[in-house]
Design a protein around this ligand. Sequence first.
Ligand SMILES: Cc1cc2nc3c(=O)[nH]c(=O)nc-3n(C[C@H](O)[C@H](O)[C@H](O)COP(=O)(O)OP(=O)(O)OC[C@H]3O[C@@H](n4cnc5c(N)ncnc54)[C@H](O)[C@@H]3O)c2cc1C
Length: 300
Amino acid sequence: MSVFDRFLAASLPITPRFVIGRVAQRYIAGETVDDAVRTIRALNAKGATCTVDVLGEFIEDLSEAKATARDYSAMLDAIERESLKCNISVKLTALGLLLDEEVCTSLVRDLVVRAAPLDDGFVRVDMEDSPVTDSTLALVRRLRGEGHPVGAVLQAYLFRTLDDAIALAAEGIPVRLCKGIYNESETIAYKDREEIRDSYRQSLRALLEGESAVGIATHDEVLVADALALIEELSPDPSRVEFQMLLGVREWMRDELIAKGHRVRIYVPFGANWYGYSTRRLKENPQIAGHVFRALLGFK
Ligand SMILES: Cc1cc2nc3c(=O)[nH]c(=O)nc-3n(C[C@H](O)[C@H](O)[C@H](O)COP(=O)(O)OP(=O)(O)OC[C@H]3O[C@@H](n4cnc5c(N)ncnc54)[C@H](O)[C@@H]3O)c2cc1C
């Protein structure tokens, strides 16, 4: 990362909203259900399925959780109406996990019941930071126990993840495996890039050796190549494996995987609360902010 990009990353908190908005266009489908439908339709036409995330993470009362659930419900109506190849990804804290676990469980259950009859009838429960890892996995297990089509996410940067992968694989619970996006303590998480990759490889092997569906969520070329080799070695049923990528990130990789016949799902965030999501994406990859700032200032 250049000194300029590093400076941009540090100055994100004081960056004008319109600048963030300009950069965000690439990573966010827009503010409305119609915006999301347009983006998903275009991705479906390219051969990718999608999973849609209604943005809205930090809530203070349950009315906001219920409003988010209504937004998801409207999205599910649109998925059905427009025959989109798309499921939904939810964040439990946006649905009230930290306010009232029972209300949260019941909101997620209602969404899964609504989603289940659709062609791609499945709800993915995103994984957030470590204080909610146990409660998130517990909620997924509880709804699976009731027979609902839900799945979990594991983060390779956590020391615990290989054990979780082995357990979830044995239980037949679908898992999306990613590196992890939150800033966790070194007492519970790997910080070194190669250690995170090793954890990812081992956890992926455990998942692919099991029976459940696996979402390989990474844009890391090294890990994608390793995953392809592992798929070759283990020959899992192709219907239980898919690559997953974020909207706007490494689209050439998406196109290459699709062209080679792999299943690819794109994570499509949309909603009025795009600002928090965007600043997190930019902190993760400030080079992209750098390109836009340079363009705005007329630099090459
Ligand atoms: C479908 C999907 C769902 C996810 N769900 C969760 C979740 O539930 N919980 C969670 O903690 N994390 C989630 N993540 C985020 C994930 O944990 C990583 O933070 C993120 O994917 C970056 O890691 P990477 O494996 O792509 O590797 P990296 O080494 O970080 O990225 C490889 C390259 O891809 C490009 N790149 C990667 N990310 C971005 C980006 N955001 N913007 C622009 N370019 C980028 C860069 O060129 C980078 O050099 C998800 C990721 C995906 C793809």
